[in-house]
Design a protein around this ligand. Sequence first.
Ligand code: SF4
Length: 408
Amino acid sequence: MDVSATPLTPRRRTRQISLGSVKVGGDAPISVQSMTTTKTGDVDATLQQIYALAAAGADIVRCTCNDVAAAEGLAQIVPRSPVPIVADIHFHVEMALAALEAGVDGLRLNPGNLRKPEEIKLVASEAKDRGVPIRIGVNAGSLHPDLYARFGGATPEALVESARMELAYFQEVGFDDVKISVKASSVATMIAAYRLASETFDYPLHLGVTEAGPLPGGLLKGTAGIGTLLAEGIGDTLRYSLTADPVEEARAGRTLLEVLGLRERKGLDLIACPSCGRAEVDVIKIATEAQAALGALNLPIQVAVMGCVVNGPGEARHADLGIAAGKKRGHLFIQGQIIRVVPEDEMVEALVEEAKKILEQGVEARLAARDHSAEAEAAADRAALLDDKGDDANRVNAKIERIRRRGD
Ligand code: SF4
């Protein structure tokens, strides 16, 4: 897929910064972030989670640096991590300095709770000397009380003003290796704040709906906020804040970028029909089994599971591979063309086998190797199903006819 051809609003151009090997802003791919939930001082547990996050799609991982044990842990974690590590700092300037000493690739400072100008400037100077970028991480829930009073609440304008004030301190020491976030748990506030930030600054923006909560609501809030902004061309990196295993955050971030056409697909994209009165199988069960079997292989392929052969192959003709249920059989298709008919209880197995072959041999070779009698068999199944159920699966026309007869 040509990700530059995505029909969204063109991405707003920002400055570019580097967190270790990952560039953020400018024309760099929009990156996915998540945060560990382990004690950072527990090096093995934290590294294990970082590896899981990276495998799920995280490009950058943040760890809290809240005490000396955490800072010491970071010194061991950073050189062994597969992705750049950002230290999350609240309240304690000495923890920011310790994290820099530990060699982190980035810092996140919260202007709402690290407030003394001389401390902010000290951290910025130290970060400048080491070439480490800082995220100005404004959060509506911990906005500086003066700004809260001045703006009458954590308004979008107050959030952006907090970032602007922090930037002014940084500029006093000549530091501008910066990205900015203006998060809120209210999706509407967050969208308005990022729109304003995007008009105000040309620094890269880190998107997020903070404290979005558990699944599925948290996922919906994050997607509504982050997705809306990305579609408007706003945002250079993102994090879902879910009350869940952080692997879900990384997975959600990566998936959102892929479905918007902003990152190449890295793994499986399983599509399935919602099922209806025509369905010849339990679509939810087959789709769940296929997701588990194909997901375990993590093949970069789009696979469709469709409940009936009447509409399935046509509706999913854009999929690389798919299966549609017919009369106790599954019609296996590649880009809408039937290649094989298999027994119903072998549908998932057939999908997995064919997915592997497509990746080994390519689509053209698999189409050439198709069972030439499959199309005729499939056509017979379709015709039989249309005879059984007609074009009107829910028999609406028959009902209307009977209602009319009653009225005569
Ligand atoms: S593919 Fe068939 S079963 Fe699935 S929603 Fe469409 S008509 Fe219904």
